[in-house]
Design a protein around this ligand. Structure first.
Ligand SMILES: Nc1ncnc2c1ncn2[C@@H]1O[C@H](COP(=O)(O)OP(=O)(O)O)[C@@H](O)[C@H]1O
Ligand SMILES: [Mg+2]
Length: 261
């Protein structure tokens, strides 16, 4: 498989960081994901959209093996992940950042400690180096001044920025974001999208589930539209959202606009 990947990159000039091939998952006997395949090339931002219950969160969690897939392959830089190998799985997870809707910060740790703890536990850094690196990453998301505050003292937007700093501290090869602005008050959405926009412009490879269509239209290399566990459309925003196009993606966006989302 890695040969095929190398040959493909040579031919197209694209460099696949993450490949997901024919991923399927059943939960409670019900098919939740069916034959999902996608490729993220280096520096690409792809956006996953679709109605609630489509399987977006399950797909992102299967890619990170937080939920083990039933079938399919996941490749990072051309190397297939062996889910049964615990060490390989830990190494894989350390390279694939995950951002959740509800931040998932430790409430009893300050912003800085939330970022530093992963550096110490996963990277084995000493306390001082971890603190220094945590400060740097918090600076990148505009949170230096609030490094000593606890999650309860931060707004939702600030908490999400800390979660992004924590992911960045691991030097991930790719970041998966599951509706990172959905739990935020509308006035806080912009500050988190601005951070994600900076990452995209800086060449970070990302797959992001979102309903923020203006953001997707402006920044995504591709939109993946998902419904009932199947990726049914995949293409550049210009193509899928073109005036007059009869795509499911465009239907869905019109529906979102009508709902005032
Ligand atoms: N543990 C579970 N057991 C059974 N069904 C589940 C479980 N978790 C999620 N589902 C179902 O999987 C479907 C996809 O859910 P999800 O991935 O959360 O969709 P989305 O993120 O697109 O809203 C939904 O129908 C949901 O009810
Ligand atoms: Mg979801």
């Amino acid at each position: 498989m890695s040969e095929t990947v190398a040959q493909l990159s040579k031919k197209t000039g694209a460099s696949p960081v993450l490949q997901v091939a024919h991923l399927s998952k059943k939960l409670g006997g019900k098919p939740i994901l069916q034959d999902c395949s996608l490729t993220l090339n280096r520096g690409e931002l792809k956006v996953l959209i679709g109605p609630s219950g489509a399987g977006k969160s399950t797909l992102l969690q299967c890619i990170n093996c937080l939920i083990p897939p039933d079938e399919g392959k996941i490749l990072l830089e051309g190397r297939a992940l062996n889910v049964a190998d615990r060490r390989a799985l830990c190494a894989f997870r350390a390279q694939v950042g995950m951002i959740f809707q509800d931040f998932n910060l430790f409430d009893h740790l300050t912003a800085e400690e939330n970022v530093a703890i992963a550096l110490r536990k996963v990277r084995g850094m000493n306390r001082q180096d971890a603190q220094r690196r945590a400060q740097e990453e918090l600076g990148r998301v505009g949170m230096s001044r609030r490094a000593g505050l606890y999650p309860a003292q931060l707004s939702g937007g600030q908490k999400q920025r800390v979660a992004i700093a924590r992911a960045l501290a691991m030097d991930p090869k790719v970041i998966l974001l599951d509706e990172p602005t959905s739990a935020l008050d509308p006035e806080l959405v912009g500050e988190v999208l601005a951070v994600i926009k900076d990452l995209a412009r800086g060449g970070m490879t990302m797959l992001m589930a979102t309903h923020q269509m203006d953001f997707a239209r402006a920044l995504a290399h591709e939109i993946l539209f998902m419904e009932q566990g199947i990726i049914i459309e995949q293409g550049a925003p210009d193509v899928l959202l073109a005036e007059g196009s009869a795509t499911r993606t465009r239907d869905f966006c019109k529906h979102l606009l009508e709902m005032g989302a």
